[in-house]
Design a protein around this ligand. Structure first.
Ligand SMILES: [Zn+2]
Length: 212
């Protein structure tokens, strides 16, 4: 169920934006108005669309001019951010191996975490999803992206704990996040890691498994 899943890009909101061509591809630049800005500022962060902050009454033309002014800077920043840094191209893990390993680690964590919280799940399956790390359906079926096995252990652990917490709190309300924090006080670091590196593990192309 999408409602209770860890989305790859987190919960996004629709902000006013401009679609700009940068380095041959279309990029959404979000526009935010702030009283604390005199002229304008532009930010590029991994896992987020570039953001242009302008003064509250900036005109459309000012916004376009600001984007044009930073165009080549934006291009360099975006090129830098999409350089892989995990070294997964040197990995030879096949999907069968990855799924086996992921299943062993995830089911062990899920069992101990469910026991600790006094909740139970009906099923645990592994998937190869493009848009999410895990999900928890209303009937208690859990699914996880096998590619989490390519992430540091704490990150895999966080996603499992996140979904197990949904068995107690079926939404992303404050009570849910309190429970996650209680179980894993450092969960924000794992969340951030997924924002920064998630795309790389989604892009991993495992070598084909040799025929058995
Ligand atoms: Zn969730």
């Amino acid at each position: 169920m999408g409602r209770t899943s860890v989305a790859v890009r987190g919960d996004s909101y629709r902000a006013p934006m401009r679609v700009v061509e940068v380095g041959g591809r279309l990029v959404e630049v979000h526009i935010r108005r702030s009283k604390r800005v005199q002229g304008h500022r532009i930010y590029v962060r991994q896992g987020h669309p570039p953001e242009l902050v302008v003064r509250p009454r900036a005109s459309d033309q000012e916004i376009d001019t600001a984007i044009a002014l930073h165009h080549s800077w934006l291009e360099r920043q975006l090129a830098k951010l999409t350089e892989p840094s995990l070294g997964l191209d040197r990995l030879t893990l096949t999907e069968v191996q990855g799924r086996r390993e992921a299943h062993a680690r995830i089911s062990l964590l899920a069992q101990s975490e469910a026991a600790a919280l006094g909740v139970s799940y009906t099923r645990l399956t592994l998937r190869d999803q493009r848009s999410r790390w895990g999900s928890c359906s209303s009937n208690g079926a859990l699914s996880f992206n096998w590619r989490l096995v390519l992430a540091p252990h704490d990150v895999l652990d966080y996603v499992v704990v996140h979904e197990i917490c949904h068995l107690a709190e079926h939404n992303h309300g404050p009570a849910f996040w309190r429970l996650v924090e209680q179980r894993r006080p450092n969960y924000r670091e794992s969340k951030q890691w997924l924002d920064v590196h998630g795309w790389e593990i989604l892009a991993y192309r495992p070598p084909l498994d040799a025929a058995a």
